[in-house]
Design a binder for this molecule. Structure first.
Ligand code: ZN
Length: 196
């Protein structure tokens, strides 16, 4: 079942999400629905707050990036096979010199901006069977994880822009929260008046 993606402006996107217990009700169904919602919107990542739930789960599937011809063959291969659910994750380390990448977000359609992040991370998390893992990621894989991790911390990529950039996109963000955009996937808008 596709769950509408929560749009910019909804307070759920600003909450620090809570950890979940292993017996969280209908977890498998939620994860299935989140995959369906993510693929339905052509996303490479989705976090639970984006479907209205302030809990610490996100998922990524970086395979669309594996066709990027500017990446090395090794990196293409890594991105092709990277499909994972992260439950109760903790980023333990972020290292290296910050690099810019043009990011977008399913909750903020039609806005894309360069965001600076560190290139290497170490993360601890539980998979959908609640097995614990500690792994290291770099480059685009790390980038997608960092973006989704920010969601469960209540942070959006637009928070990381310069004040000038923020001013320039203010009108666009306001339109998104009011539902004044054209999109081809289901969304829920916080300020959309009923009956419109
Ligand atoms: Zn996002």
């Amino acid at each position: 079942m596709i769950i509408p993606i929560v749009a910019y402006g909804d307070p759920v996107l600003r909450k620090k999400a809570k950890e979940i217990p292993q017996d969280y009700p209908n977890l498998k169904e939620l994860i299935d629905n989140m995959w369906e919602s993510m693929y339905g919107a052509y996303g490479v990542g989705l976090a639970a707050p984006q479907v209205g739930l302030p809990i610490r789960i996100f998922m990524i599937d970086t395979s669309p990036f594996s066709e990027d011809i500017e990446l090395s063959e090794d990196e293409q291969k890594e991105l092709a096979g990277l499909k994972k659910v992260f439950i109760n994750p903790k980023i333990l380390e972020e290292t290296g010199d910050e690099w810019a990448f043009n990011e977008g977000c399913l909750s903020i359609p039609e806005v894309r901006e360069d965001v600076f992040r560190k290139p290497e991370i170490k993360i601890e998390y539980f998979d959908e069977d609640f097995n614990k893992h500690t792994e290291e990621y770099k480059g685009l894989a790390a980038r997608v994880i960092q973006h989704e991790y920010d969601h469960i911390e209540g942070i959006l990529f637009t928070d990381k822009l310069s004040s000038l950039k923020k001013r320039l996109i203010k009108g666009k963000l306001s339109n998104i929260s009011k539902g004044k955009i054209q999109i081809d996937y289901r969304m829920k808008f916080p300020e959309l008046k009923k009956g419109r």
